[in-house]
Design a protein around this ligand. Structure first.
Ligand SMILES: O=C([C@H](O)CO)[C@H](O)[C@H](O)COP(=O)(O)O
Length: 211
């Protein structure tokens, strides 16, 4: 099980400071969609340059022009690029093809997918690397989480790794670990805490013990 730090509500200098604090305990650094909107792919480039030993995920949440956007994120240094599960089949296949050419990986974010079981089976067949269930900020605000969805995709996904994101905190991490995703994505559960390093260290320890 890997731990991904999601950086969403920071600028580039703040992102660098944050990664410095917790780098020992995370496997992947996500440059979140809001950061890319504010700072562009320069954020991906600068984080990869400063922390070459960490994998960097560009959370582009691609919906169209997939091959082109995967190429651009790859050029900026991203190791993993996200596309939406609700995108067209052709777009997801195009993203996978381009990622393979570039030696990169594709994570499909299933946010907003209504027919989760059926769509997870389909995108799994396209050769994507990760399939991620995700409760976005707007549904977190009304008390939702993705544990049930994780169980659903774990039942049907045969090839890709499974991932979970959305509102995971230290106190909810044990039930997430019990569900055994391959990748756990945590944003505010680390970045919103006073002692980020201590929380990240504790999370990493819990994940290792749960393996
Ligand atoms: O993808 C995300 C969200 O859509 C904003 O871009 C977050 O990175 C993801 O939800 C993880 O962050 P937390 O919910 O704060 O753990």
């Amino acid at each position: 099980m890997e731990l991904q730090l999601a950086l969403d509500l920071v600028n580039i200098p703040e992102a660098k400071e944050l990664v410095k604090e917790v780098e020992e305990y995370v496997d992947i650094v996500e440059i979140g969609t809001p950061v890319i909107i504010n700072e562009g792919l320069r954020a991906v480039k600068e984080i990869k340059q400063e922390f070459p030993h960490l994998k960097v995920l560009a959370d582009l949440k691609i919906m169209d022009a997939a091959a082109y956007e995967v190429m651009k994120a790859s050029e900026a240094g991203a190791d993993i690029i996200t596309i939406l599960g609700v995108a067209e089949d052709l777009s997801i296949k195009g993203a996978v093809e381009e990622a393979k050419k570039q030696g990169k990986k594709i994570l499909v974010d299933m946010i907003g997918v209504k027919n989760l079981e059926e769509r997870a089976k389909e995108v799994d067949e396209f050769g994507v690397d990760y399939i991620c269930v995700h409760t976005g900020y707007d549904l977190q605000a009304v008390g939702k989480n993705s544990l049930e969805d994780l169980a659903t995709i774990k039942r049907v996904v045969k090839n890709a790794k499974t991932a979970i994101a959305g509102g995971i905190k230290l106190n909810t991490l044990p039930e997430v670990i019990k569900a055994k995703p391959d990748l756990i994505i945590v944003g505010g559960g680390i970045t919103g805490q006073e002692d980020k390093r201590a929380v990240a260290a504790e999370m990493k320890k819990m994940i290792q013990q749960g393996e």
